[in-house]
Design a protein around this ligand. Structure first.
Ligand SMILES: Nc1ncnc2c1ncn2[C@@H]1O[C@H](COP(=O)(O)OP(=O)(O)OP(=O)(O)O)[C@@H](O)[C@H]1O
Ligand SMILES: O=C(O)c1ccc[n+]([C@@H]2O[C@H](COP(=O)([O-])O)[C@@H](O)[C@H]2O)c1
Length: 200
């Protein structure tokens, strides 16, 4: 249970991967495995959201069903599926990151997101404060590379960008810090899967 970390977790490097996961898919898994390897993380926690504050959530399958599907897709010893945001009573990333960094000051947390989310990150609540609290890793995604690179957040973080070869330094970098990881990409999206009738 990630919300109650054991004492040996001090110094661990943990990636936080928030998402709706409706449904989860191979792109989520690939992004997590890339982050694990290239950033030298001990674990990645999928934070299955009670509902993205910027999305229309009517018809969203229950959290428990999305978590169960996420467990089946992730199927990796270092990827942990959590409903942490529902437990602490928020859907805002600022609250989640503040909670975790205050509660576990010895853990090195990194925020992970796909390039499409970097493009719209400046619409998130207190986005600059999030960037001041936690290093950010962006995983490239088809059709989003340019938008992400030209985004307001990329400009804001420009002087704080690490070279891709320095991935192992991100978790110990003082935020704001940011890395854009390119590599194998997955074309899969939950939208396309839902449109094809592949739900949970
Ligand atoms: N194929 C992919 N490659 C890289 N990152 C991805 C990919 N698919 C999703 N992500 C990232 O995973 C996180 C959770 O995404 P989400 O659950 O919304 O999936 P999605 O496929 O983007 O869904 P939707 O199409 O409904 O918006 C986000 O940070 C998103 O950018
Ligand atoms: O905090 C915010 O304002 C905010 C706005 C939009 C998205 N998020 C988070 O971004 C993550 C990715 O969401 P999604 O729907 O693209 O998978 C998920 O953890 C959301 O809660 C957070």
């Amino acid at each position: 249970m990630p919300a109650r970390l054991p004492p040996h977790a001090a110094g661990m490097r943990i990636g936080l991967f928030g998402g709706t996961f409706n449904p989860p898919h191979d792109g989520h898994r690939l992004a997590s495995v890339i982050a694990l390897k290239r950033l030298g993380l001990d674990a990645v926690w999928w934070l299955v959201t009670p509902g993205n504050p910027l999305k229309e959530n009517s018809g969203l399958p229950p959290l428990g069903a999305r978590m169960a599907a996420a467990r089946r897709i992730a199927d990796h010893p270092r990827i942990h599926i959590t409903g942490l945001e529902a437990e602490i009573g928020t859907r805002f990333t600022y609250d989640t990151v503040r909670y975790l960094t205050q509660r576990y000051p010895q853990v090195r947390f990194v925020w992970i997101m796909g390039a499409d989310n970097l493009a719209g990150f400046h619409r998130w609540q207190r986005w600059r404060d999030i960037a001041q609290m936690i290093p950010i890793a962006v995983i490239d995604r088809p059709k989003s590379t340019l938008k992400a690179s030209q985004s307001r957040t990329a400009s804001y973080l420009l002087g704080r960008r690490l070279d891709e070869s320095d991935g192992a330094l991100l978790a110990v970098a003082r935020p704001p810090a940011f890395i854009f990881l390119h590599g194998p990409r997955s074309e899969t999206s939950s939208t396309a899967l839902r449109e094809a009738g592949q739900t949970l």
